[in-house]
Design a protein around this ligand. Structure first.
Ligand SMILES: Cc1cc2nc3c(=O)[nH]c(=O)nc-3n(C[C@H](O)[C@H](O)[C@H](O)COP(=O)(O)OP(=O)(O)OC[C@H]3O[C@@H](n4cnc5c(N)ncnc54)[C@H](O)[C@@H]3O)c2cc1C
Length: 351
């Protein structure tokens, strides 16, 4: 069987590579190792609940099941030092929100996700109480990517290099790149330059700021969400984030946003702390906030896995399994995630 060529080894490329390996489908991954990729900047949280309206995506239970299966299969092989399952405490902003949480906790969809409210967790201020999301946690994404890359390298299935679009040749039986034959190519390139055939896919950069602080007297029990999140990293360090700026692709650090994140933390947590570092990254996002997977109807050997947006960790394993089912078992992709929603007849056959 000819291998599948995967371009990009961020979260998307890693999840699909491991999904193919699981199915005994050979793959070869090329990644340029860009230090500014979304995955290398990500906070790595997985949280099945959308806090704005205390709701969840229709596919949330599939996301969680696939995520759990992914860790069960891969942590014995890769190790588990990158994985931090941790309850997430949502501090209620007001009484209406607290009441709403109570009501939603009884609904069939949300009941397995929302746990009993808690009252106190000093030095956090919780005048209206707080609730717990137990099926949450955070992934040390850079470390996870490193482990996946090592595994791929051990299988001689990884090359650190810039993929050159013009060197890809297509013929009836497959594809050729650098003298090698492949059955399929999957572009997992995030916000980086897309292949000309994929350039009409509307990916929007969403810029985010993150802070790292030290807080020697803060006990690292849970992830806390108070409008922003605070993730315990160990050794008295905490990650605070993040901001959301649509259609912003620059790398500049805004002192206003840093100050806002820092002050918001101070307003909710009464503890001594100091800022260690600040950084920004860009999420590959889609307007309807759903990822994009699938192959091009006119070139079925060319596929895409992108648009993971703010929830790459939570959604990635389920989407990787849908994409593999589609490419290797001819299963349809649910409309909400399919590339078809961005294809129109005018662009077919135009390189
Ligand atoms: C500040 C911030 C905070 C975030 N927090 C979270 C969070 O808490 N939880 C969460 O789930 N998600 C979070 N995200 C989102 C998450 O990072 C993304 O959803 C995810 O990383 C996207 O992964 P990707 O593989 O699609 O893209 P990327 O990570 O950008 O990967 C693309 C890869 O393709 C490679 N590449 C591109 N072009 C080429 C080429 N021509 N040749 C070779 N290689 C190429 C690049 O080197 C790169 O490694 C956050 C993002 C940011 C910026």
């Amino acid at each position: 069987m000819k291998p599948c060529l995967i371009i990009g080894q961020g979260l998307a490329g890693s999840f699909i590579a491991l999904e193919l390996i699981k199915r005994n489908i050979p793959c070869f991954v090329i990644d340029a190792g860009d230090e500014n990729s979304a995955s290398r900047k990500a906070a790595g949280l997985w949280n099945p609940v959308s806090f704005k309206r205390i709701t969840a995506h229709d596919s949330v239970h599939y996301y969680l099941k696939s995520l759990q299966e992914h860790w069960q299969r891969w942590t014995p092989i890769l190790g588990d030092d990158f994985l931090h399952p941790l309850p997430l405490v949502r501090i209620f902003p007001d009484q209406t929100y607290a009441n709403d949480w109570d009501v939603k906790s009884d609904s069939p969809k949300m009941a397995p996700l929302l746990n009993t409210p808690i009252q106190e967790q000093p030095p956090w201020k919780m005048p209206f109480g707080a609730g717990i999301v137990s099926q949450a946690g955070w992934l040390d994404v850079p470390l996870y990517l490193k482990k996946v890359q090592l595994l791929l390298s051990q299988k001689s299935s990884f090359l650190k290099a810039q993929f050159v679009w013009n060197d890809l040749e297509m013929h009836n039986e497959g594809l050729q790149y650098n003298g090698q034959e492949y059955s399929q190519v999957i572009f997992c390139t995030g916000l980086f330059d897309a292949h000309p055939w994929l350039q009409t896919i509307p990916l929007i950069p969403n810029k985010g700021h993150l802070l790292e602080i030290t807080a020697p007297h803060l006990t690292p029990q849970n992830i806390i969400h108070y409008g922003n999140f605070c993730v315990p990293l160990g050794s008295e360090r905490f990650r605070i984030g993040s901001s959301y700026e649509w259609e912003k692709a620059d790398d500049s650090i805004s002192t206003d946003i840093v100050q806002e994140l820092f002050m918001n933390f101070g307003e909710h947590c009464d503890t001594q702390n100091s800022l260690i570092s600040t950084y920004v990254g860009h999420r590959p996002t889609v307007k309807d906030r759903n990822p994009i997977i699938g192959s091009l109807p006119e070139h079925p050997r060319m596929a895409i896995f992108n648009g993971l947006g703010t929830k790459g960790v939570l959604q990635g394993p389920y989407l990787a399994s849908l994409l593999a089912d589609h490419l290797y078992q001819q299963q349809p992709i649910p409309k909400a995630f399919s590339i078809d929603r961005f294809l129109n007849k005018d662009r077919l056959n135009t390189p």
